[in-house]
Design a protein around this ligand. Structure first.
Ligand code: FDA
Length: 383
């Protein structure tokens, strides 16, 4: 069989790119026995497929590059594309668009639009080489060839549903530079100084986390291994090493709390007793009225508003929703997603050095970059 394009990976990006090339001879290679494994488990089984508020600021990556790609296929274009195919996404949590019932609905719509494409499942991609104008894809089921290849194999997160580092290896084999991949949208482990937080496992609090110049509001969940929850996951995108600062009382002025001079400071803090006790113990604060504390103690108590600590690391790829880093965008044309180094080689999705925060931004990126890549493939010669 002669193919126009081989798509590597039947995830969000690979499916959308294939769906966007009707009438072309497209082969999709996938190691899983079925497509869209991550879509199926995402968003609590309902897939948060995009966000009402979409901006390049929601992404870690080269701003101009992200903007150029999103402009070509944004959240409105995605919603319209889905509605034309009978899927009516539902707005939840203020600005997040989800599948109405189940993530399977999205997989079905994507697959339905891929009727022209051929799928080879249970097929592990091992490597790609180029000879003359053709690419040869080596797999566990033999070799396939085409004049164009789209790398849509995702990142390293959640190997349990198919992730491998093959996309990064292929990019490097073709001379592309990688921004070092790291786990992101992931819980953070703690240094011994923060061991007190581990005793709070299971407790969740609304907090504001400062990381670099960003401030992220949301819930922090204390976990056995460290800290997690939406605010921490989002913070992990912007954190590499060094300190984060947590405000455990966002919107509350500390000075206004201790109005009753007779009551202990502890009893006037509007946070769960379990947390307040652990915090006082960790910071060696006495259970006395605020006014009875000395200046050093008051200073330590004020850390409730600005507790700075350096996480030890992350919970790792097995628990990370995404992989940040990836193929350097300086070497990809944002108008086509084609490699600037190798003609006929295209990239889309998480394999590229663009990573969004929580809220549907990563699927939007996968879909936007895939549509741009499909158009790029179509526009390029010989398809
Ligand atoms: P994706 O990982 O989807 O697809 C890559 C495909 O390539 C996979 O099917 C894989 O099996 C295949 N592959 C890899 N190596 C291969 C090899 N060697 N041979 C053959 N095939 C190979 N995002 C969001 O916007 N909203 C959300 O609600 C969520 N929720 C969420 C929950 C969980 C638990 C996770 C792990 C992730 C999310 N995400 C998310 C992130 C989102 O799933 C992710 O960003 C996209 O799936 C990326 O799409 P890609 O197509 O780039 O990679």
């Amino acid at each position: 069989m002669v193919y126009d394009l081989v798509v590597l990976g039947a995830g969000a990006a690979g499916l959308m790119a294939s769906a966007s090339l009707p009438g072309k001879k497209v082969l999709v290679l996938e190691r899983n026995p079925r497509p869209g494994a991550k879509i199926a488990i995402s968003g609590g089984g309902r897939c948060n497929l995009t966000n009402q508020n979409l901006s390049p600021d929601d992404y870690l990556g080269e701003r101009a590059f992200v903007e150029a790609v999103l402009r070509r296929f944004d959240n409105d274009a995605l919603l319209a594309w889905l509605r034309r195919r009978g899927l009516e996404p539902v707005l939840r949590k203020e600005n997040q668009w989800f599948c109405p019932e189940s993530a399977k609905e999205l997989v079905d719509v994507l697959l339905g639009a891929c009727a022209h494409a051929e799928f080879a499942y249970d097929t592990e991609i091992l490597g790609v080489r180029k000879e003359g104008d053709r690419f040869f894809i080596e797999t566990s089921r033999g070799e396939f060839s085409a004049p164009k290849v789209l790398v849509a194999t995702g990142g390293l997160s959640y190997a349990s549903v198919g992730a491998t580092g093959i996309g990064f290896a292929i990019a490097e084999d073709f001379g592309h530079a990688l921004v070092p991949p790291r786990p992101a949208l992931v819980g953070l482990t703690l240094q011994p100084a923060e061991a007190w937080m581990k005793a709070l496992a299971g407790l969740s609090l609304p907090v504001a986390i400062r990381v670099g110049r960003r401030e992220i509001e949301g819930d922090l969940l204390f976990a056995h291994k460290g800290v997690s929850g939406p605010a921490v996951l989002d913070a992990s995108l912007w954190w590499n090493r060094g300190k984060l600062t947590v405000d455990f009382l966002p919107g509350v002025r500390l000075a206004r709390l201790f109005k009753n001079p007779k009551k202990s400071a502890m009893s006037q803090i509007p946070l769960p007793r379990r947390f307040v006790r652990a915090f006082f113990e960790a910071l060696k604060l006495p259970n006395v009225p605020y006014h009875a504390m000395d200046e050093v103690q008051k200073q330590r108590l004020s850390l409730l508003k600005s507790y700075a600590f350096a996480p030890a690391g992350t919970f790792g790829y097995a628990r990370a929703e995404v992989t940040k880093g990836g193929v350097n965008t300086a070497e990809i044309d944002p108008a086509t997603m084609q490699s600037r180094l190798v003609k006929g080689l295209f990239f889309a999705g998480e394999v590229v050095d663009v990573t969004g925060g929580l809220g549907g931004y990563n699927f939007q990126w996968a879909f936007s970059s895939a549509v741009v890549a499909a158009k790029g493939c179509e526009g390029a010669a010989a398809l």
